[in-house]
Design a protein. Structure first.
Length: 523
């Protein structure tokens, strides 16, 4: 029996859906969330000798359940079964929900936080608790544990190769990506959970590390609120969920601890704080960033098969810094059937005919860099009447300009790489077959509902900083400014977006801060 199979039978893995009565648990540290921030934190603390309980809303699923079928997998592994959106329905939000969090379903792209971004945080957002050099050994440690390495140009699938070659043809910088994989089978199914455990997600690395060191993981348990008395969190209260991790079983859990760490991600962590009435300075939930994304569809004469091979192995940051205008960067996207159907324009017969050509299509995306300009303030996490989170993110004019700019550049690189036709994802779409057709993009409607916009990166909402009036947690240790046994260790603490995919940024920062917390907690 494999180590991962043994985890399912471990007494340290507690399935909330099977609890016959209410649960009362206690530990030195309670970690809420098991993704990039929570799993790293739990492993570091448990290995330091502290007793740890991880509470995860989603269920525990392993490779035996990753059937590579969206209908079966997405309800298990994604927030709101993959249907989470912004309040105005203008943007789809892809975010994980399982033991291992979004790392179970991301596309393995791994970047360190750019050094100039860390410098910006210090200069603009009063982040003085660390410098880039402080993060480097923690990036190195996580890169070694997760097998993060740069892929070769030769290993790129056709979808990514067209992006890479198109950028080169235009004279733009492009690079092979680094991925957290070992012995990758190139199934292309990273977004549906790796069926061969090649992806070194938290599910197969830091969660087992934490449990090996004695940590307990309570899954299918949604933390509703924290109980605060005299400036200290006394307990976390959770609703135990059914086997689908959707409905309540009628049972509850109370977790008592000396310290609490919120690691639910940039939408769910602010929601826990808001439900707990922890928002003295009204900064919780504000400046939530998404790297809002648009796509461009290119059709070629030769096979592309964008559903096969590593989903992302090339990127271009040539336009990430556009001065006073919102920057953009380019990557590729795989074409799972439901995801592709949602992206491709058209209805009925027109949509079906377009879908028939998917094997010869490349899907390339432009991600916009929010939070670097006053014109790009991000969104705000609020609560629905049920207490569930809702992100209000009106897309500002500066982003519409960036989308229009990016749509032109994507069309240019696709045509330069040999595409016979390029489609925008407007309704109706704009079709381009010659370089001069790119100017048609200026005639399109650029407003909510006229073009598909989506996101797979969530950041901010509980910003770190040394000014207690403008941030939620301290930058030296990510401890809450006024609640001294409460910490936030996840992507919600970023004062801006990153301009790169966020998983390794969270790993490195979590590893640094968890080690600092372990020193304090053991003392």
């Amino acid at each position: 029996m494999s180590k991962l199979s043994l985890l399912r039978a471990s007494p340290n893995l507690i399935d909330g859906s099977k609890a016959a009565s209410d649960l009362e648990l206690s530990a030195d540290v309670c970690v809420v969330g098991s993704g990039a921030g929570g799993a790293v934190t739990a492993a570091v603390l448990a290995q330091a000798g502290l007793s740890v309980i991880v509470v995860e809303e989603g269920g525990y699923h392993d490779a035996s359940e990753f059937t590579m079928r969206e209908l079966e997998v997405m309800p298990k592994l994604y927030q709101e079964a993959g249907q989470r959106t912004t309040a105005d329905l203008g943007m789809s939000i892809l975010q994980g929900r399982a033991v291992g969090g979004t790392t179970v379903v991301n596309w393995t792209t791994s970047f360190r936080t750019p050094e100039d971004v860390v410098d910006r945080w210090a200069k603009k957002h009063h982040v003085g608790g660390f410098k880039y050099a402080d993060l480097v050994p923690h990036y190195e440690a996580m890169e070694a544990r997760l097998g993060i390495h740069q892929v070769s140009v030769e290993s790129m699938n056709a979808n990514n190769r067209k992006l890479f070659e198109g950028c080169k043809a235009m004279g733009w910088h492009a690079e092979p990506l680094r991925r957290n994989v070992v012995a990758c089978a190139q199934t292309g199914q990273c977004g549906l959970g790796c069926p061969v455990n090649a992806k070194r997600s938290m599910l197969v690395t830091m969660i087992p590390d934490a449990m090996d060191a004695g940590a307990r993981v309570l899954h299918r348990a949604r933390v509703d609120k924290l109980e605060v008395q005299a400036g200290q969190v006394k307990a976390a209260y959770a609703t135990l969920l059914d086997a689908e991790a959707r409905g309540a079983t009628g049972r509850r859990a109370k977790i008592s601890a000396r310290r609490f760490v919120l690691s639910g991600g940039a939408i769910n962590t602010p929601a826990v704080l808001l439900r707990s009435a922890i928002n003295e300075n009204k900064r919780v939930g504000v400046r939530t960033f998404l790297h809002p994304v648009i796509a461009s569809v290119a059709e070629y004469d030769e096979p592309i098969d964008p559903y096969a091979g590593a989903p992302q192995s090339a990127a271009s940051h040539h336009f990430a810094n556009r001065g006073d205008q919102v920057g953009v960067f380019f990557e590729a996207a795989p074409s799972y059937p439901a995801l592709t159907a949602a992206v491709l324009p058209g209805f009925g017969e027109a949509h079906r005919k377009l879908f028939e050509s998917v094997g010869r299509m490349a899907l390339h995306v432009a991600l916009t860099v929010d939070g670097f300009h006053d014109s790009s303030p991000g969104g705000v996490v609020k609560l629905r009447p049920s207490g569930a989170p809702l992100l209000d993110y009106p897309i500002p004019p500066a982003h519409w300009e960036a989308f229009r700019f990016a749509q032109k550049r994507l069309a240019e690189l696709q045509l330069a790489s040999g595409a016979k036709a390029v489609l925008t994802i407007h309704e109706p779409p704009c079709k381009m077959t010659r370089a001069k057709d790119v100017e048609l993009i200026d005639t399109l409607r650029w407003e909510t509902g006229a073009v598909a916009v989506f996101t797979a990166h969530q950041m901010g909402g509980a910003a770190m900083g040394d000014d207690a009036e403008t941030s939620v947690v301290r930058s030296e240790d990510l401890r809450h400014h006024s609640i001294h046994n409460l910490y936030v260790i996840d992507g919600s603490v970023f004062p801006t977006s990153l301009g790169v995919n966020p998983q390794e940024s969270i790993y490195g920062l979590a590893h640094l801060m968890a080690n600092r917390l372990a020193t304090v907690a053991k003392g």
